[in-house]
Design a protein. Structure first.
Length: 178
């Protein structure tokens, strides 16, 4: 079923952005959808197979892989305690890199419900410390006030000097609306 959706995205002339989420209840440690995987090796293999399917087998160049959707809401993920988004990003980014090896792709996140500087800093630090790819930063914004969007970017530009390797990182608001 996912192939049909991805094919329709390609036919429209757009590049797919696949949100690598959620775990099913049977795959999660707490028995609920979107929970921490009960088996990190199984999660890794699922993400790797997904990246291989779309980047290698289907040959989609430039596909985006976003690690989770609203981890601060769905699954109750945290950047500094359990369930730990840092672990999720490490496992997922490595799996994407292995599955999509030799192709052009992008991986990033955290796709939180809003712009949270602490989440962004944690992700920058995690990618830096673990030698992981981090091609884009993403978050969601729902506001009628355009100034609210500008303020998010200003906050990000205040963080970036601490992480000069990401000064030109792609910035994406992956959910938007008034």
């Amino acid at each position: 079923q996912l192939d049909k959706i991805v094919d329709s995205i390609i036919l429209s002339g757009a590049k797919p952005l696949l949100s690598l989420s959620y775990t099913t209840a049977s795959m999660s440690k707490n028995g609920q959808n979107a929970g921490e995987p009960s088996s990190w090796p199984d999660w890794y293999q699922l993400v790797k197979a997904t990246a291989r399917r779309y980047s290698v087998e289907k040959g989609i160049s430039g596909i985006y892989y976003e690690v989770w959707n609203e981890p601060d809401l769905f699954g109750g993920w945290h950047y500094a305690k359990s369930p730990n988004y840092t672990t999720l990003y490490i496992q997922s980014a490595r799996a994407v890199a292995e599955g999509a090896y030799g192709t052009i792709f992008k991986v990033g996140g955290p796709a939180t419900t809003a712009f949270y500087p602490s989440w962004i800093k944690s992700l920058f630090g995690t990618a830096r410390a673990n030698g992981l790819r981090l091609d884009f930063i993403s978050w969601h914004k729902y506001s009628k006030n355009l100034e609210d969007y500008s303020q998010d970017f200003e906050k990000l530009y205040q963080i970036l000097p601490e992480y000069p390797e990401y000064k030109d990182i792609e910035k994406i608001i992956t959910e938007i609306g008034p």
